[in-house]
Ligand binder design. Structure first.
Ligand SMILES: NC(=O)c1ccc[n+]([C@@H]2O[C@H](COP(=O)([O-])OP(=O)(O)OC[C@H]3O[C@@H](n4cnc5c(N)ncnc54)[C@H](O)[C@@H]3O)[C@@H](O)[C@H]2O)c1
Length: 274
């Protein structure tokens, strides 16, 4: 039992020193913000995602230099189970451990259900949901060996509620909330936690890309989409920031969050309080 009293300690500045964190889809947006926050807390980082090789290399070098950690990069495509398996195996071979897994890679496509491109449905389900099944099942043995693990799934407010024109995204994000609960239950006694973070709108390239799509779907201007379509759901009328999501992820990865598992935590300015 863990009921003996421990002296009160404050969280050290580099609370994650010695840990290894892999963040899928961390060449941009929220994933990059989370990778930076984990690196600032002392974790070694494995970056993953698409992009221009020279720019990714620069990001990797910058992270290592700025925070004094080791940073590597895997180009694994999250639609390909074999690439995902190679990424996890390489991480464990390189570092001997994998402590923090952030399933963040995600894409969006906006279209009415009866016109939703079938290949987009398959791609969104693969990247936003199935990739997390593969990374999780492959990371668990290493976490179990160390008696420690943190799996943080970047879901969405759309993991909790629906919106029109986002069939695949909403289905995938509800799916990852379900996967989070099962992962938490299967690992509950093993020092491993699994939680979903459910952001509302965060201004990133993914959101920028949907503004034009939504403008066409609703027949309105970009400014109207931002005010009346995107942030209409978000009572606090502001985009969340990648720094806020980074700080939350660091907290969930620390010992202070040892009893938090299986939750889907909204970071949505009150959207899902409606
Ligand atoms: N931005 C928001 O408002 C918002 C809100 C809720 C949830 N989210 C979720 O947060 C996550 C990150 O979104 P973002 O806004 O930072 O988007 P983004 O487009 O800025 O970043 C997406 C990342 O995923 C990577 N990626 C895309 N396809 C990939 C593939 N096949 N293999 C490997 N990597 C791939 C990209 O390279 C990039 O690094 C997504 O899961 C998204 O659904 C975003």
């Amino acid at each position: 039992m863990n009921i003996s009293l421990k002296p009160q300690t404050s969280q050290p500045a580099r609370a994650l020193a010695g840990k290894v964190a892999l963040v899928t889809g961390s060449t941009s947006g929220i994933g990059l913000g989370i990778a930076r926050a984990l690196a600032a807390a002392g974790a070694d980082i494995v970056l993953n995602g698409l992009g221009v090789a020279s720019e990714i290399d620069q990001t990797r070098e910058q992270l290592a230099a700025e925070f004094g950690i080791k940073a590597s990069y895997s180009p694994a495509d999250m639609t390909r189970p074999k690439s995902i398996a190679e990424m996890i195996a390489a991480t464990i071979a390189q570092s001997g451990r994998l402590d923090i897994l952030v399933n963040n890679a995600g894409i969006q496509h906006v279209a009415p259900l009866d016109q939703f491109p079938v290949e987009k449905w398959d791609q969104i389900l693969a990247i936003n949901l199935t990739s997390a099944f593969h990374t999780t099942r492959l990371a668990l043995p290493a976490m179990r060996r160390n008696g420690f693990g943190r799996i943080i799934n970047i879901a969405s407010a759309h993991g909790l509620v629906g919106s029109p024109f986002k069939a695949a995204y909403v289905a995938a994000k509800h799916g990852i909330v379900g996967l989070t609960k099962v992962t938490a239950l299967e690992t509950a006694e093993e020092g491993i936690t699994c939680n979903a973070v459910c952001p509302g709108y965060v201004y990133t390239p993914l959101v920028e890309a949907q503004i034009d799509g939504q403008a066409k779907a609703h027949g309105v201007s970009r400014d109207q989409v931002i005010r009346d379509v995107l942030l209409v759901q978000q009572p606090n009328k502001r985009f969340a920031t990648v720094e806020e999501l980074g700080a939350l992820t660091v907290f969930l990865a620390t010992e202070a969050a040892a009893s938090i598992t299986g939750i889907a935590l909204p970071v949505d300015g009150g959207w899902t309080a409606h």
